[in-house]
Design a protein around this ligand. Structure first.
Ligand SMILES: [Zn+2]
Length: 274
């Protein structure tokens, strides 16, 4: 991994909002979009592509969500090992990198992305807890080297509360907590009312855990300004802190932040600053 400082703009669940002027995306190096742009038709995909093409980020990484039906394509992957988790794949994008159940390397960081969520409604549904267990254990074995997790759905207990209940994915939480090397950042969406920042405990990151951002922006349309997209600054895994020069430079670049950005200095220090 590189040790350079990068700003990741995190956004999810726009459900069409990205086509309106009301959505501000933090300036940064990498856009992480965690699903549910609301791609119901070819026209929706075209509008999303246009939006992506206009954003200034050098890298745009996208996972799909359960409400992106026009982005789901059947997988031609016969055989018993594929039945539980590759019934559907995701369309590629022209102006972003569509990630579907795989790890990709972007700007020196290894990013895992998956659209699958526990059975609810729409596409990429894990029909049982057993199906979810097989799915996540297969995609995220303990030795997997992942810096950033992007899942449409949140893990159980974090960013997943709706109507008084936690509805997140238990098997997903277990798989991530079983990774020998904890990821630096986890971006999800799906549960609109739990938008915000959380820390997911991890045995190899005592105290601070993994920074989880439920980046669901949908509730902006309900007047919830806390649902605005967030930015995270990451300095390579071993860097002790971000220099003040870098902080100042970032401050100058991030003029459209609706939220204060998070900064990850190192595993022992995740601070909300600026
Ligand atoms: Zn949604």
């Amino acid at each position: 991994m590189q040790n350079n400082k990068l700003i990741f703009a995190c956004c999810s669940d726009t459900h069409g909002l990205h086509t309106s002027a009301g959505l501000e995306i933090p300036v940064g190096d990498v856009l992480l979009f965690a699903g549910d742009a609301g791609l119901d038709s070819k026209q929706d995909i075209q509008a999303f592509e246009t939006w992506l093409s206009l954003l200034p980020h050098a890298h745009k990484v996208v996972v799909m969500g359960n409400m992106d039906s026009a982005a789901a394509v059947p997988a031609n992957a016969p055989g018993p090992s594929s039945k539980l988790h590759t019934q559907q794949k995701c369309i590629p994008l022209k102006y972003g990198q569509s990630v579907c159940d795989e790890i990709v390397e972007v700007a020196g960081y290894r990013i895992f992305g998956s659209p699958w969520t526990p059975a609810f409604y729409g596409q990429w549904q894990l029909q049982s807890e057993e199906a979810a267990r097989v799915h996540w254990e297969r995609l995220l074995p303990p030795d997997a080297q992942v810096d950033i997790i992007m899942t449409h759905g949140p893990p159980h207990g974090y960013g997943d509360r709706t109507k008084g209940r936690h509805v997140g994915d238990k098997a997903l939480l277990k798989a991530v907590q079983s990774l020998k090397r904890p990821p630096l950042l986890w971006v999800c969406g799906h549960i609109h009312e739990s938008v915000g920042s959380y820390r997911v405990p991890h045995p190899a990151a005592p105290g601070e855990g993994i920074l989880l951002i439920n980046a669901a922006a949908n509730n902006i349309r309900l007047g919830d300004s806390s649902a605005a997209p967030r930015a995270v600054e990451i300095t390579g895994r071993e860097k002790a802190e971000v220099s003040s020069d870098a902080a100042a430079a970032a401050n100058g670049r991030i003029q459209t932040y609706a939220r204060k950005p998070w900064r990850i200095n190192k595993r022992t220090s995740i601070t909300k600053k600026f």
